[in-house]
Design a protein around this ligand. Structure first.
Ligand SMILES: [Zn+2]
Length: 151
């Protein structure tokens, strides 16, 4: 697993533990955070182990608690308070498929279409098979940006 992922999971756990007066059961962190964000049990255990080694988290039975000093706690809380929040996601544009007339949600309007029109994933797949990638991208833009949203 990458260091980046471990860091993210540790940060999520620290944020919870530093704010939990009575701590949080190990299994709850796993169920509430790790599983929901796609981490394995092994990755969860790696994060908990690293936090315990750092001295900022202690484990009593199955209960994990913040074990850092008051100063560390204040520093961590300040760091989270300052951390920029992810910008709220814009809802997708409600475009109409220029081929079949179905909904064709997109994040951006493609220049090569009249305003308000895009292409739905079904029609894009058909055009892609017919015209090839270069021509399809020229006509319809990029998947997950101008059409065929995944997220
Ligand atoms: Zn269509």
């Amino acid at each position: 697993m990458s260091v980046y992922k471990l860091k993210d999971l540790m940060a999520a756990y620290i944020e919870i533990l530093v704010n939990s007066e009575y701590g949080m059961p190990n299994g709850h962190l796993y169920a509430l955070i790790a599983i929901r964000t796609g981490f394995s049990l092994e990755e969860h255990m790696d994060a908990v182990r690293a936090l315990k080694q750092s001295g900022m988290v202690a484990e009593h039975g199955q209960l994990l608690t913040w074990a850092g000093t008051k100063e560390q706690r204040a520093q961590v809380l300040a760091a989270f308070a300052e951390a920029p929040k992810a910008p709220a996601k814009e809802p997708p544009l409600r475009l109409i498929c220029c081929v079949c007339g179905d909904a064709a949600p997109a994040h951006k309007q493609w220049w090569n279409h009249d305003t308000g029109f895009g292409i739905c994933p079904t029609c894009y797949a058909r055009q892609l098979a017919k015209e090839g990638q270069e021509a399809a991208e020229h006509c319809y833009g990029l998947p997950n940006v101008h059409h065929s949203l995944v997220d």
